[in-house]
Design a binder for this molecule. Sequence first.
Ligand SMILES: Cc1cc2nc3c(=O)[nH]c(=O)nc-3n(C[C@H](O)[C@H](O)[C@H](O)COP(=O)(O)OP(=O)(O)OC[C@H]3O[C@@H](n4cnc5c(N)ncnc54)[C@H](O)[C@@H]3O)c2cc1C
Length: 463
Amino acid sequence: MSHPALAHTEAGVFWLDRPDAPEPAPPLAGAEACDLVVVGGGFTGLWAAVQAKQRTPDLDVVLVEGAAVASGASGRNGGFCSASLTHGALNGVQRFPGDIDRLLKLGHENLAAIAATVADHRIDCAFEATGELTVATEDYQLAELAESARALAALDEEVTVLDRDAVRAELDSPTYRGGLLDTTGTALVDPARLAWGLRRVALELGVRVYEHTPVTTLETRGPGLSAVTPGGRIGAARALLGTSAFPPLAPVIRRYVVPVYDHVLVTEPLSADQRAAIGWAGRRGVGDSANRFHYYRLTEDDRILWGGYDALYYYGNRIDPGLERRPETAELLAGHFFDTFPQLDGLAFTHHWAGVIDTCSRFCLTAGTVLDGRAAYAVGYTGLGVGASRFGAAVGLDLLFDPASPLLELEMVRRRPVPFPPEPLRWAVIQQTRAALARADRRQGRRGPWLRVLDRLGLGFDS
Ligand SMILES: Cc1cc2nc3c(=O)[nH]c(=O)nc-3n(C[C@H](O)[C@H](O)[C@H](O)COP(=O)(O)OP(=O)(O)OC[C@H]3O[C@@H](n4cnc5c(N)ncnc54)[C@H](O)[C@@H]3O)c2cc1C
């Protein structure tokens, strides 16, 4: 690494790099039987297991995780826990205009329910209801933010437009030209601790958890189904798949979801002088407004987590631990960090990692059933699943157990997104879209013909 701030950076996930991480549960060895098997120990799977037991305490639930709980996106993210179920209210209004009021209300209820679970079960995950600041770093973005503010106000979402001085009073960067403040729609969490806390709650509710237990095959068997693992087999009446962007057990997921690598850096803790040099008293999470955006926040111990920008797709939906180290992306992110905060010159990054986002073409939950309705999947949150995964899990449970649920009437649940084409077209389309988004960022946000066609088709690529 040539940037001096990266000279001693470890390849590893800051959130998971903790001496008090829970010891993984032993892998499944032999045969198991249950009413519901949940596959995946990220937020979707954990919330599914917890909510299943809260709804029906005598339901027998098993959760299997291929690696360790929170080892996927759920332990690697920025920790922005948003009320939005639709990757932003404006994406929601575009895609589901008839349901948007309901989706916004459900989203705020979902965030409140997450806060209540954290409080009721004393989950120590540094939950901070800070809200979120969106900043403009180019003049053309000011007009876009003003338009967003008008559209959000029309939806009764509380946002405030900030001018250059007001935004720099929140957090001081010479690159800022204005901003949009949303004080109610986002909390910050320590995501790994939230996942570990949900794991504990699931165990307390009687869920049996097996880690390092990948399900290799899921098939119907008798009136139920069977999940095969390297060391055993689980017979279950129903299955809920919270496998995100990982190689899917249900082939249909591969049509709708592509794995996209998103990279993150974390600094050493800031000194009191360094904090004073940037302000940030409100500790709000921040995102900038370009297509290729950065997101950043303070951790509980006053480090800065800085991620985003370079969303990378590899041919054939490739996922490989080797792809989590990419020095050129770390260099790029480090350069952008010091362009944003020149006052912090001399600060070092301690951690660099990447994780896989389950990008879908409409940027939000995609749920459905397979295997004659015996298995449900909930995937596709596209980089905004820390909060929405609780809702996705609830929809998955309704698909399995509650056919009369009003959630199943939502267009988001009834209608599938536009699928990605198969390879080799998939790779070509995504690379062309990434290049077109970068071009739009260089040209004051002007979307060229390729993006305009995709916009008309309701297709997108985001993180
Ligand atoms: C770098 C990064 C930053 C992000 N930042 C944010 C953010 O700030 N805010 C936000 O809202 N969202 C963010 N996201 C997205 C968010 O993390 C995800 O939407 C959310 O964690 C999805 O949870 P999940 O349980 O569906 O998936 P995951 O957490 O990926 O869990 C899926 C689990 O399934 C397991 N699995 C897969 N296949 C099998 C199998 N066959 N058998 C057994 N287990 C299996 C995997 O090992 C994995 O643990 C970010 C994501 C990344 C990668």
